[in-house]
Design a protein around this ligand. Structure first.
Ligand code: TRP
Length: 462
């Protein structure tokens, strides 16, 4: 058996993991959630979620992976071995298998959206891009979401690129690509920010993003609207978990490639910080751009693909800036898709004793299936519906409202109640901390996270 792969450098690990975290969630989802939920008020809530809980979940998952040093399904067993106790294999099946299933389903949805960003990048690069009024922008996007062959082509290209990177391995593939792409992404973001802030009227977007509308999160003169507050709070928590790539075994797997020498507490802080920075930058780019043209920030999911094309088309040098924007979105999403592949590939290599190349082929094959079926249902070429929605919406809904949270609950309960001692011990070897930190982490894993996640499931299902 070949020995387990490992990262080449600390910065490589941090950038690759930040590359997983930074994705569509930051640039597409975060600005519209902030737009819909009171701007700065949402931001404050979000910060509390990230630092109060998200950071600790990330740290737990990375340390869990580093302690187990195996694929996610065998990870639970590996901890049992350290404990010299045997627990039910159900943990591995529920926590591990669900994580893998989430990966297959989400990657299908994710590829469709990356395909859009790919197409928008190319079209704006070729200056084919332009919707001079909002109605054109809307119908252009609607046309795209119904074009099966076009989307299939772009999606397959994304799958191909991802498969090539993954087949090269952890150090020579994932790490090397992220070492190039992540700095490029940060550079593009800063450039984009400078351009948008020069737009006349951009300051309205900034003041919207910086002045809290407390009533949008439930605080008004009549007192607290508890329902509204808990709804926005759970949205913020869900977003922080999604943005930190929790629930699919990604952080576990990336952690499993770590040596027991890196200071995990510090690395996790870097990852959370970079992820947060990109969300903030995206907010400062998207919201001012929308305000400068007198548009509504509450457009929801269509903000990136409908509202922004209109903004770019009406901006001086718009095609160039649109190209940069969609390119950076594409890069961010690609490094996340790469990370979604890795838990599966690692599992196939261990369980089926496959070479990395064959395991990659299997992973991308599965992704191709989930992608094309989801796409065919979205475009109406295949009359498959689930919960009376097309598969794109249904999968997005199932993972977002149930299966990601469920997987996280299983992992947190295991980490908190069963495997805490070896995981904590592993963490202590490189980043010693006192008992306050220990108790906080343990309580987060044992109680806070499972309770919050259960509430999240209940809220979104009913
Ligand atoms: N974090 C990514 C984003 O913000 C998405 C993502 C990648 C993800 N891997 C994940 C979400 C694993 C949940 C689980 O877009």
């Amino acid at each position: 058996m070949t020995s387990r792969a490992h990262w080449g450098s600390r910065i490589g690990f941090v950038l690759a993991t930040a590359g997983s975290a930074i994705g569509l969630g930051n640039i597409w989802r975060f600005p519209y959630l902030a737009g819909q939920n009171g701007g700065c008020a949402f931001l404050i809530l979000y910060l509390c979620c990230v630092f109060g809980l998200g950071y600790f979940m990330l740290l737990g998952k990375l340390a869990f992976g580093r302690t187990a040093k195996t694929n996610i399904m065998d990870g639970f067993k590996a901890i049992d071995v350290k404990l010299k106790k045997q627990h039910s294999p159900l943990w591995g099946y529920l926590g591990g298998l669900m994580a893998i299933l989430n990966g297959v389903i989400i990657s299908g949805v994710y590829v469709i959206v990356i395909g859009w960003t790919f197409l928008y990048t190319i079209e704006s690069g070729l200056s084919l891009f332009g919707a001079h009024n909002p109605v054109d922008a809307q119908s252009g996007f609607q046309h795209l979401t119904h074009a099966f062959q076009e989307q299939l082509l772009w999606g397959c290209l994304c799958i191909l690129v991802t498969a090539i990177v993954i087949s090269k391995g952890v150090k020579k593939g994932i790490e090397r690509v992220c070492l190039w792409l992540m700095p490029l992404l940060f550079g593009l973001l800063i450039l984009m920010l400078c351009r948008i802030l020069l737009l006349p009227g951009a300051e309205k977007g900034i003041s919207f993003f910086l002045s809290p509308d407390w009533s949008a999160i439930g605080f008004s003169e009549e007192g607290l609207d508890f329902n509204l507050f808990s709804k926005v709070l759970l949205t913020a928590i869900g977003q922080s978990f999604y943005s930190l790539s929790l629930g699919m075994g990604v952080m576990f797997t990336y952690g499993s490639y770590l040596a027991n020498t890196d200071n995990l507490k510090r690395d996790a802080a870097w990852i959370v910080g970079l992820d947060l920075m990109v969300s903030l930058l995206a907010g400062f780019i998207v919201l001012p751009a929308v305000f400068a043209f007198g548009l509504e920030p509450t457009a929801g999911a269509g903000l990136t693909f409908i509202t922004l094309p209109y903004v770019f088309a009406n901006m001086w040098g718009g095609a160039f800036w649109a190209f940069l924007f969609y390119l950076l979105l594409f890069i961010a999403a690609l490094t996340s898709l790469i990370s979604i592949y890795e838990p599966l590939t690692s599992l196939f290599m261990d369980k089926l004793k496959l070479t990395r190349r064959k395991a990659t082929l299997l992973t991308s094959g599965l992704n191709l299936i989930s992608f094309s079926v989801t796409l065919a249902s979205l475009t109406g070429n295949l009359p498959i519906h689930l919960f009376s929605r097309n598969l794109f919406d249904a999968f997005d809904w199932i993972t977002g409202s149930f299966s990601l949270s469920f997987t996280m609950i299983i992992c947190c309960l295991y980490m908190g109640w069963i495997g805490f001692v070896p995981i904590w011990h592993n963490l202590q070897t490189t980043s010693p901390s006192g008992h306050i930190f220990r108790n906080y982490l343990r309580t987060s894993l044992r109680l806070t996270a499972p309770i919050v996640l259960t509430a999240l499931i209940i809220m979104s299902l009913f």
